[in-house]
Design a protein around this ligand. Structure first.
Ligand code: ADP
Ligand code: MG
Length: 713
């Protein structure tokens, strides 16, 4: 108690003494009257430490408390607001010996609003006698109750109507998300005080010309309107301003980072037309228009002197790998190394096959390519890994394809020219950032690939400084998969269907959901599924595949499936990512209700590579939740990854959907890039103009922006 007291004194001394510090937006909240160390601690715990933080602590909704109910219209049990004059009041103190209950005083008033009279009472708040005077006009808000003494409002919220600065009643009142220690009245009072005292001097981070062009109110007005709006139009326009402000500054940061990146020295690669033409000749197909367009964008980047930072997006099976193969070839041809990071070992070996096949016997400016495309995973022996480290450091290994093991400290390159991350949604942002190794000069080009389709403008804001390339079409000869969703009763029919497909020479996947890849129970149930399939399909060879197997075994099995030695692969979702086996055109999924939409779409992508008509068969439980049912309906009728992602978004809500994507990016407080797409594109456009015309924000008119950016650091 004593400590608290002395602190209080220091605080007030601080303000009152002649050494009074300048109070401004960055002053700590304890400079406010009514905020002592205890309250300050609560604020700090909730991320509020300065007056500015408090001003930016916006209400999450409003209560319209402007409409008064006439007393003769009041209904028992209903919340209402009344404005009337105090015509009588009485404070009744109850001596302890009379009444041993906790009630020590009762303060009562009679309000008259012309229609009728109403009694209001408060217990143990004797001080109200001094606050609420006779004949005063008063606003009260509460629930009408029928008590022994008649109709009353017990302990209503109240406010003096004569005050010009009504905070809680008789107006639109902001409602804040608050820690248990605080109540709405306290916060409203505090914020209204800051608004009165400091807002007039608050420097607007948005320059006047931008506000004018966007028709946004200035900052002082906006703070007032968002916390203490006179109308909903006012609070809306303030909200729009703050959303714009937040998105604008996030975009300014993006462009600044981009500019910084442009000023770095990158690897300048040489495009040799004969090589590119030779590669095209070698492909068994023609690139789609989309692939061509994206390839041109990437090749152009590789020639420039600064490092590429590009996101390559395209639905499952659109053919991202082949585009990347061109870039790798160019990098090799210029004498630089390439690193390709993938989420699974199987995918690593598959990419090696694709690349080795495509590059075989090619003349890469006279270099010997034998043994120079290698795979590194954590399941190699120590000795093998050491040999790879050496090969990378000496430059003998030209292309390294690997899992997470690639980002280990010990991996050193002689001259890394290109770093690629496949299926980037499977990696965290931090891991993604590690691959283009920090500190390498010149800095390698970086390409990340993703099959998670998200709208373009959103991608731009989420991935910020990455340029975006989208492959928007699938190769034409691709057949649209037929999706068949049945219940348990139809299992026999499904098996017959499968048998028919097998007899025509096709191969099939049987996918079994594992909640956790390393749970022994689940492996058992996978194994019993395998037994059932083996018994049912005696004529065919059946393989089993899951994440817990030793990796040599995994690779052997995928190879046997690829070469046709295995007809049916009973597997977990580890086949979900990237695996590409052309003759496998049937997939049967057990308990599909356990999978998310994106995962089902990825799974179906496995069989969509086939030149044969793909069949995707779902055998679900019979009693499904509404949400599961909806997911299966969507996957049954929709094949476009974009549309599926949109539906997914609706089903799951943006928070969940972006949870993973947004990880590691600055959190937005008031803006929601999905809802505020329109404002986002405005903010982005203007941020671009600003940085383009004034890259260092040196001009006078951009001074506020620069100050805000510096303050954020
Ligand atoms: P993803 O984009 O999902 O990584 P892949 O790169 O694995 O897809 O390509 C899927 C399959 O499509 C591969 O077998 C590939 O050879 C084939 N492919 C790629 N481009 C074309 C094309 N333009 N025409 C026909 N088939 C193609
Ligand atoms: Mg792929």
């Amino acid at each position: 108690m004593i400590i608290k007291r002395s602190l209080k004194i220091t605080v007030s001394q601080k303000i009152n003494s002649q050494f009074k510090p300048k109070v401004g937006k960055d002053s700590p909240v304890r400079y406010l009257r009514g905020v002592g160390p205890a309250k300050e601690a609560v604020f700090n715990r909730n991320g509020v430490s300065t007056l500015k933080d408090l001003l930016y602590y916006f209400p999450f909704r409003y209560q319209d408390r402007r409409n008064f109910t006439k007393i003769n219209q009041l209904k028992i049990g209903e919340f209402s607001i009344i404005k009337g004059r105090v015509i009588a009041r009485n404070l009744h103190k109850i001596p302890y010996f009379v009444n041993k209950s906790k009630v020590k005083s009762i303060f009562g008033i009679i309000l008259d609003d012309g229609s009728a009279k109403l009694e209001c009472v408060w217990f143990n708040q004797a001080y109200l006698y001094d606050k609420i005077a006779d004949k005063q006009e008063l606003i009260v808000c509460g629930k009408l109750a029928q008590t022994k003494r008649g109709r009353q409002m017990v302990a209503p919220e109240y406010e003096l109507a004569e005050r010009s600065d009504l905070l809680n009643l008789g107006r639109i009142a902001g409602v804040y998300r608050l820690p248990a220690e605080f109540n709405q009245r306290f916060i409203r009072k505090l914020i209204s005080e800051i608004i009165k005292l400091y807002c007039p001097q608050y420097p607007d981070p948005l320059p006047f010309h931008i506000r004018k062009q966007q028709n946004l109110p200035n900052i002082a007005k906006s703070f007032e309107s968002i916390h203490l709006p006179a109308s909903f139009e006012e609070s809306d326009s303030a909200r729009r301003r703050f959303i714009f402000e937040e998105l604008f500054f996030s975009q300014i940061q993006v462009y600044l980072r981009k500019a910084r990146q442009r000023s770095q020295r990158g690897v300048c690669l040489r495009l040799r037309q004969e090589l590119l033409e030779e590669l095209r000749r070698r492909l068994p197909f023609k690139l789609t228009l989309s692939q061509d367009k994206v390839l041109a964008q990437i090749l152009k980047d590789l020639e420039k002197g600064f490092p590429m930072q590009r996101l390559l997006q395209g639905d499952v099976g659109c053919g991202k790998t082949v585009v990347v193969a061109f870039a790798i070839a160019v990098c090799l041809d210029s004498g630089f190394q390439t690193a390709l990071m993938v989420p699974t070992e199987v995918l690593a070996y598959q990419h090696r096959e694709t690349l080795s096949g495509l590059f075989k016997g090619l003349n890469f400016s006279g270099q010997n390519l034998r043994n120079s495309v290698r795979v590194m995973t954590s399941s190699l022996t120590r000795k093998e890994i050491k040999a790879i480290y050496e090969g990378l450091a000496s430059g003998r290994i030209k292309v390294i394809i690997g899992t997470h093991s690639l980002i280990q400290e010990e991996v050193k390159f002689k001259n890394l020219g290109l770093a690629i991350i496949d299926e980037q949604h499977k990696f965290g942002v931090a891991q993604r950032a590690l691959l283009p190794k920090k500190g390498l000069i010149p800095k390698p080009h970086c390409l990340v690939m993703s099959a998670t389709p998200i709208p373009r403008s959103l991608a731009l804001s989420l991935y910020g400084d990455l340029d975006l390339s989208i492959i928007s079409e699938l190769p034409k000869e691709r057949k649209v998969p037929e999706t068949i969703w049945v219940g348990e009763k139809k299992r026999r029919w499904v098996y017959e269907f499968l048998e028919k497909q097998l007899s025509q020479g096709r191969q099939a996947y049987v996918i079994y959901p594992l909640i956790e890849e390393n749970q022994q129970d689940d492996i058992y149930s996978l194994e019993s599924m395998y037994e059932i399939i083996v018994k049912r399909f005696k004529k065919y060879s059946v393989g089993i595949f899951h994440g817990q197997m030793p990796s040599s075994e995994k690779i052997r099995i995928v190879d046997s499936f690829r070469s046709g030695k295995i007809d049916i692969l009973v597997s977990t979702t580890v086949v979900e990512v990237g695996v590409n086996i052309e003759n496998a055109s049937v997939m049967m999924v057990e308990n599909p209700e356990r999978f998310g939409l994106a995962q089902l779409h990825q799974l179906r992508g496995r069989i969509q590579r086939s030149i044969f008509q793909p069949h995707f068969i779902l055998i679900s439980k019979d009693n499904l939740s509404a949400n599961s049912r909806r997911r299966l309906e969507i996957i049954s009728k929709e094949t476009d990854g974009f549309k599926i992602a949109e539906e997914d978004l609706i089903l799951r809500g943006p928070g969940d959907f972006f949870g993973n994507l947004q990880h590691g990016l600055p959190q937005l407080k008031i803006a929601d890039p999905l809802r505020d797409l329109e404002i986002l594109s405005q903010a982005r456009k203007i941020a671009y103009q600003v940085i383009k015309s004034d890259p260092h924000l040196d001009s006078l008119e951009h001074r506020p922006i620069k100050e805000e950016i510096l303050a954020k650091k």
